[in-house]
Ligand binder design. Structure first.
Ligand code: GLC
Length: 753
């Protein structure tokens, strides 16, 4: 027996002598997750582990789990999607569902809806409830939230994320992460970083300035790590400056683990790891979903062939990679266990209970955005004799299915039609599908089995009999719509013949309220044909109840748009710079300067350049004076609010905006006061104004409240590429106070010396 194994043997004996039951309950006698005692325990465990056991902790053993160490009582890690609900159980070794009958859960609203509430407290309730459901489903890591910035309306996965503004996303992601982790379940903020489209997602190489990277695309991740103390983060599929983001020198080693001092676990996206040395030396801690053929497909016993499996083990044995690199990964994955399944604050979690349904309904009703309400179309009274025609496939189509990895199997899902039928007892509700989007199989769209003409004819007939029409349309979570996977949306306007149908109904001279079920902006050439317009997102289990709550006036809508609706696609910043900017261009093999990727001898990745820089969303619309259809931060109410007596108080390290908000209308409601800041005569290009604070205030009719919003001056710094650091410019700053990015009540000024 050589010395090291003697030492191991001795320690093992020591372990057994000092409390053999300890080895079994090594998992339980721990205190707070970040205590020195845990680090000491981790040290002692590392010294007991064989090299093979250590390496096995760093890669998958199945589609959604990694190995533990049986002999030491160290449990496996189990992961599950997704950001707005716990996904149904997946098979051990392929993407098929396992067909369990006890894995139905609560489907919460998708995160665009949560962002629209502009209510951090709801984000906390959302996280806590979702974390309880994940705990109940025995998951240690919940693969969410997604906080990639909304750069273009064509990105299929925007519905899963928190909009176009880094401050809003940063403010909402922190309480969500804390809420999930309160249950001893790790949140996994994703996809780090620059995964802002689905087109070519697994090979596009993004070029973007350091300034835009730090000011627009990183803040929400930084907030999740440094304020939310997130326990895991997911690398993205795409490259950044030619290097895969899942194991990236600048993003992972320097910024995440260096500057931000992230002490959690970097998990790959499924088959987003590409190279043993890169993964080992550039910060990947757990490799998931790889197929040895690199296509992410399943091949027999391929887990041992993962980049961080046998190849990694061999590289360490040969001394090509120091064992200390492995030990850092092992430390992190053990720390993850002490925070989750080895923690002593074990709870059982809960699922499908009333509290969770109430949270889902609350987030949904507070996230719905009233965009238009001519002639007070909404709310619709439940009057005897009133006939309401509900037209459109999205009134009955399930929206928890589809969309990719965030799809859910809810215990129930109340459709808009069902919600309306249950709420309206006096009025008569008649329904007609009107249009069909066809079946949506993950990677293809099958033509609708219905005859479009007969659907339309029937819908016109039904509409004729009605006093008003509720058109429930929008997108679907199927291929080329709001969905994950290689291709993004291919059209900006409403699909499946909805516009023609809407025009035909308009010709009947009916008053129309449009219920837009989507996770993305759409073109609205039909906006003048509708009297009322609600943006209702993908709302999950309680969708129908929430939509009926708002349409009936039981709840006064208070949502604000988390992203701009450009009038035309060309008005979107990313799109306006052409294909080099979105969706990127493929470098041809014969392109003289296209270097071949030595390893796989294929042409270099398609590349794109974020030419708009920091001018994303309303930053673009304001600064270039391109009026959007609807602006970031915009949302109407059934009542009116007045913002007055606005003052700003310049403190040492911060300044405080104070104002009075009065509900001058006839119904209770809530308003979101927003504070934007701009810098005239700046030494660098700047957006006219950027969101730096907001506060949601609930007011009964006639009620007036004073609110104050404090903003740290350090938040006004710009990222200075000449010093690779933040730079707080001296001089005057414009302070804009209003209730939408395009509805400013007052502009004040402060000076920073
Ligand atoms: C998917 C998604 C990621 C998800 C993972 C597991 O490709 O990009 O968000 O968590 O794989 O399903």
């Amino acid at each position: 027996m050589n010395n090291s194994s003697k030492l191991h043997f001795f320690i093992l004996i020591l372990f057994i002598v000092t409390g053999c039951n300890k080895s079994k309950n090594i998992a339980t006698n721990t205190i707070e997750s970040n205590s020195a005692e845990i680090e000491t325990k981790i040290d002692s465990i590392i010294s007991l582990l064989t090299l093979e056991e250590k390496v096995d902790l760093c890669h998958a053993q199945s589609k959604f789990s990694t190995k533990g160490v049986d002999r030491l009582g160290i449990p496996e890690i189990w992961m599950s999607d997704g950001p707005h609900g716990v996904r149904a159980e997946i098979s051990w070794d392929d993407w098929a569902y396992a067909g369990w009958t006890n894995d139905s859960i609560t489907a919460f609203p998708a995160l665009t809806c949560l962002a629209s509430t502009f209510n951090p407290d709801l984000a906390s309730q959302f996280g806590i409830a979702l974390g309880e459901e994940a705990k109940y489903r025995k998951k240690d890591v919940l693969l969410g939230p997604g906080v990639n910035i909304y750069r273009t309306p064509m990105n299929g996965r925007n519905f899963e994320y928190m909009g176009e503004d880094p401050f809003l996303a940063s403010t909402m992601v922190v309480p969500y992460v804390k809420g999930v982790q309160k249950n001893g379940v790790a949140a996994c903020v994703k996809h780090y970083a620059l995964n802002n489209q689905e087109h070519w997602r697994d090979k596009i190489s993004v070029e973007v300035s350091d300034r835009a990277l730090h000011e627009i695309y990183l803040p929400a991740f930084k907030a999740a790590v440094t304020e939310g103390k997130v326990w895991s983060i997911m690398g993205a599929y795409n490259k950044f400056r030619g290097e895969y983001t899942t194991h990236h020198e600048l993003l992972t080693n320097k910024i995440l683990k260096g500057d931000w001092k992230f002490d959690g676990v970097v998990i790959s996206d499924w088959s987003s790891a590409h190279n043993t040395k890169e993964a080992a030396l550039k910060g990947l801690d757990i490799e998931m979903g790889t197929g040895t053929d690199g296509l992410g497909t399943t091949t027999a016993n391929h887990y041992s062939q993962y980049y961080l499996a046998n190849p990694f083990l061999e590289a360490i044995k040969k001394g090509e990679i120091p064992e200390s690199v492995l030990d850092d990964k092992v430390r992190r994955v053990l720390r993850l266990r002490y925070r989750t399944n080895m923690s002593n604050n074990q709870s059982f979690g809960r699922a499908n209970n009333k509290e969770h349904h109430d949270v889902a309904r609350k987030v949904a009703t507070e996230g719905i955005v009233l965009l238009k309400n001519d002639n007070s179309f909404f709310p619709v009274e439940d009057n005897v004799g009133l006939t309401i025609a509900v037209i459109g496939e999205n009134a009955t189509r399930s929206m928890t299915k589809g969309g990719g990895s965030s799809e859910l199997k809810p215990k129930f899902e109340i459709s808009p039609l069902k919600g309306l039928q249950e709420r309206y007892k006096n009025a008569k509700i008649v329904y007609s599908m009107g249009y069909g989007s066809g079946a949506s199989v993950y990677d293809q769209v099958l033509p609708s089995p219905y005859n479009a003409d007969s659907l339309k004819t029937e819908a016109i007939k039904v509409a004729k009999t009605a006093d008003i029409v509720l058109f429930v349309g929008g997108l679907s979570k199927s291929h080329l719509q709001d969905s994950e996977g290689n291709l993004d949306r291919e059209q900006f306007d409403l699909p499946f013949g909805q516009i023609e149908l809407l025009n035909d109904i308009k010709a009947l001279n009916k008053k129309i309220g449009f219920i837009l079920v989507s996770g993305n902006a759409v073109e609205m050439p039909w906006i003048d044909s509708v009297d009322g317009l609600l943006q209702t997102w993908y709302l999950g289990s309680m969708a129908g109840h929430a939509i009926a709550d708002v349409i009936s006036g039981d709840v006064n809508p208070s949502g604000k748009l988390p992203f701009s609706f450009p009038k035309k696609l060309q008005d979107n910043a990313a799109v306006s710079f052409g294909v080099e900017s979105y969706p990127g261009v493929e470098l041809k093999k014969d392109n003289k300067n296209a270097s071949l990727n030595l390893e796989s001898n294929t042409p270099v990745s398609p590349t794109q350049e974020y030419k708009e820089g920091i001018l994303v969303g309303y930053r673009w619309h304001d600064t270039k004076n391109i009026k959007p259809q609807f602006a970031f931060g915009y949302g109407l109410s059934y009542t009116n609010f007045e913002v007055s007596d606005i003052t700003v108080n310049n403190n040492t390290d911060s300044f405080t905006v104070t104002c009075n908000v009065e509900n001058t209308g006839q119904v209770n409601g809530a308003e979101v006061v927003q504070v934007y800041v701009g810098k005239p005569n700046s030494e660098v290009e700047r957006a006219i104004k950027e969101l730096k604070g907001f506060s949601k205030v609930y007011l009964d009719k006639g009620e007036k409240q004073s609110i104050s919003i404090t903003i740290e001056k350090s938040d006004l710094a710009f990222y200075d590429e000449s010093i690779s650091d933040w730079n707080l410019e001296k001089g005057d700053y414009d302070i804009y106070i209003g209730n939408a990015s395009n509805n400013i009540s007052k502009k004040l000024s402060i000076t920073i010396n």
